[in-house]
Design a protein around this ligand. Sequence first.
Ligand code: ADP
Length: 269
Amino acid sequence: SQPTKISLQIHPYGKKRKLMITRDVTAVQLAETMRRDFVANVSHEIRTPLTVLSGFVETMQSLELSEEERQQYLGLMSQQAHRMQTLVNDLLTLSRLEGSPAPGPGEWTGTQELLEHVVQEARGLSQAIASTPHRIEPSANSASFWVSGAKTELISAMSNLMSNAVRYTPGGGRIEPGWRINDEGLAEFYVSDSGPGIAAEHLPRLTERFYRVDRSRSRETGGTGLGLAIVKHVAQRHGGRIDVQSTVGQGTTFTITLPPTRVRTTAPD
Ligand code: ADP
């Protein structure tokens, strides 16, 4: 639709001047549509596990179950409750990131320490979900320097990329994270995987909330569809960005880039 134009006549010092106020209706409508889509998505994401959960409750109320069956049902119910918890946690994380000011220089953390933390965590996840564990090794070229910002946010962004690599790469696959300083002096955290890759048409939309390439694969592995939206927010709040390069059938590399103000190569005091 066309933008509305509202003209006001103002007369400073008796002189007649015209002030145009332009309100872009298209942008307002778009924001409203996005808000509505978001609410619909959240409702849908909560309704699915809730329906399954209440189904199990009804079954348990109406059937005589053996102890083994009872344990099995309770296990499945607990999975659904866990799924809702993860979703609510991710939603809260997103809203906190959106509503609070950008983190100041904050504390300096060594890239080595950050890397070790997320590698350990990813190995744990791989053991829990893959029949053959992934080969998760920091890149041999990974550089050692210091980055500044909100440490817990940086770790959560790195962890999200690592857990995606584990969740979408078949067991036994290779996952290689690392830090480097690129030619422009920007710090980059990267994770390469030998997974299925992502077709080009999906790449621009990956950081949209609830956007998934393969809905069932995401659900099976406990995905909320919010991980990359969180990563993007963390990167942007630190003055940086997220990028992705992918070749179908070969693998994917996600990169978080931080500006030079957030990097130092000598030990902080
Ligand atoms: P999800 O919780 O579904 O993983 P994300 O926002 O983290 O949500 O990721 C969005 C989508 O991007 C995923 O559903 C998946 O289709 C795709 N994706 C993310 N990381 C990878 C990866 N390393 N390899 C293949 N596909 C990926």
